[in-house]
Design a protein around this ligand. Sequence first.
Ligand SMILES: *Cc1c(COP(=O)(O)O)cnc(C)c1O
Length: 393
Amino acid sequence: MRVIYTDNNATTQVAKPVLDEMIPFYHELYGNPSSMHNFGGQVAKKTAEARQKIAALINADPSEIVLTSCGTESDNTAIRAAITSNPDKKHIVTTRVEHPAVKNLYEHLAKRGYRVTFVPVDRKGILDLDYLYDSLTDDTAVVSVMWANNESGVIFPIEEISREVSDRGIVFHTDAVQAVGKIDIDVKKTGIDMLSFSGHKIHAPKGIGVLYVRKGTKFSPFMIGGHQEKGRRGGTENVPSIIGLGKACELVGEQLEEENTRVRALRDKLETELLKRITDADINGVKDNRLPNTTSIGFGYVEGEAILLMMNEFGICASSGSACTSGSLEPSHVLRAMGVPFTSAHGSIRFSLSVYNTEEEVDYIIEKMPPIIERLREMSPFWKQAQEGKLKN
Ligand SMILES: *Cc1c(COP(=O)(O)O)cnc(C)c1O
């Protein structure tokens, strides 16, 4: 069966050139890069080249790159390093819309004596910057604000926030997992101390993550072991994935232009046409200042899970805006933080495109969605009530 994959904020396909570069490092070039012999040494040379490409994507120095096992590990490492380096400070700041990799760590730290500020967003997903700046004190150890939201696609003004925060001598970390490869990032133009991103969101494999640590930033390792990553992360390097990530960083750097032109146009077409053809549908989040590949649309009076099941019949893959991982149908913490009305939050679908999507695929989705929503609304008592209410008004 045909698969139309529009769930790229969840994970991406490993690009073919990425896979091709990785394969020799499983069976032929399997040496340990830390070994003394040339057989391992040639691998070390290749991982060093990959590290250069990874650093180049965000304009960092290769020595500022720490390779980890995933975005989650990078986030955990950064935040824990910041609080370990500032043991007397007991206040930490983040937003209400972070990925669980940051949100749940902050909640964990709140139970262990930290005072936590969760900065709110408005109905459009825009961050309350005054609230953030007003919360900062001499006791603040770290501020962690994501660069772009994985659900709404809304981009936060990280260059400005990072400068404001670091000017006050507070460590600034950003979860840039969704931003890297979609918007231009130059860490040298910012006050960012630490930045996380992940391989599998940019067409590299799962199981490899990056933590940028600005030169001079106090650091302490999360994974204690061997001297790998200059003592900043123990554990034998995941060589094939590092090689793959190097290639992926090179590719997404080259494709940044296409992402912001062709992919953006496909996203805009998908969004505009769906809103034109389906009543009581709304975009979750501000329209400009959004990732070029993402749209989250709330279809009123229907259940996201039911929509996804019917889309699945047509091979269309996307995500709903509910916390389905917990087995509940509660709207996600992101949509709740934005104050999206329940009638719309429950029926929210996130489409996230990539450079591998075609216009023909988008046209297919535009054709299939309206009858899906219509059929579900015919069965929805809430929809019937809403229509009767409208008739009365
Ligand atoms: C996917 C994602 C993560 C987690 O990355 P993993 O590599 O899957 O651990 C963290 N933050 C954001 C914003 C994400 O989208």
